[in-house]
Write a protein that binds this ligand. Structure first.
Ligand SMILES: C[S@@+](CC[C@H](N)C(=O)[O-])C[C@H]1O[C@@H](n2cnc3c(N)ncnc32)[C@H](O)[C@@H]1O
Length: 198
């Protein structure tokens, strides 16, 4: 792990104990999961899972994935996830480094976490590698681009780059890494999906 990522994982480790999955946060996550379209028995790689808001949403929606893996750079976030969902498989790893998993997934979701990723080529490389042919890659955020910008202004956060990449950049990356069936939405919340070509 490089120095910047080490600092980031330590920062999230220190935030984990107070990280609450409020009813509102779970309700928002349910919307992303519904758009994702996952059904019981299908498989999901939950990248940058944090403390498990997506698992809470799946539970609320009564969806039981056949295989679920939560991966995050922060061990403390994953420990907290494990307390709520002891049966969940977890992997503490940096998704901006080459990532290999034993078997491919039907779905890969990165939720509320895209602003923390800078190496988008590695993100798409890992997504391509982790998905089964025909699998769906979704990047979603509970806020819209504009909503996130206003939120960052309110908290005095200055970002060197767009926290959510532009549609044009996502489209270029999707083409480069052999994804098709792209869709973009940024009205109620931000959501980008694409399908790994077979
Ligand atoms: C804002 S939190 C969101 C967590 C969760 N998805 C949620 O919505 O509650 C961002 C998460 O991204 C994780 N993260 C940041 N960079 C990462 C990386 N390179 N690989 C894996 N996880 C990463 C952090 O540890 C943190 O848990």
């Amino acid at each position: 792990m490089n120095e910047a990522k080490k600092i980031q994982s330590e920062r999230f480790n220190s935030l984990a104990s107070d990280w609450s999955n409020s009813d509102e946060a779970i309700r928002q996550a349910e919307k992303a999961v519904s758009v994702l379209g996952i059904q019981s028995r299908q498989s999901l790689l939950d990248v940058a899972s944090g403390t498990g808001v997506i698992l809470h949403a799946l539970k609320q929606l009564q969806i039981s994935p056949g295989h679920y893996l939560a991966m995050d750079i922060s061990s403390a976030m994953l420990e907290k996830l494990h307390t709520a969902f002891p049966e969940a498989e977890t992997a503490c790893a940096d998704f901006e480094q080459p990532f290999t998993c034993q078997r491919g997934f039907d779905y890969l979701l990165i939720y509320n976490s895209i602003p923390h990723f800078s190496d988008l080529d590695m993100l798409f490389t890992n997504a391509k590698r982790s998905l089964l042919p025909g699998g769906t890659f979704m990047i979603a955020h509970s806020r819209t681009r504009q909503g996130l910008k206003e939120h960052h202004q309110r908290i005095g956060y200055i970002s060197e780059r767009a926290p959510i990449p532009a549609d044009e950049e996502l489209a270029l990356l999707a083409g480069k890494y052999d994804f098709d069936q792209l869709s973009f939405a940024d009205e109620e919340f931000f959501c980008f999906t694409c399908r790994s070509k077979g």
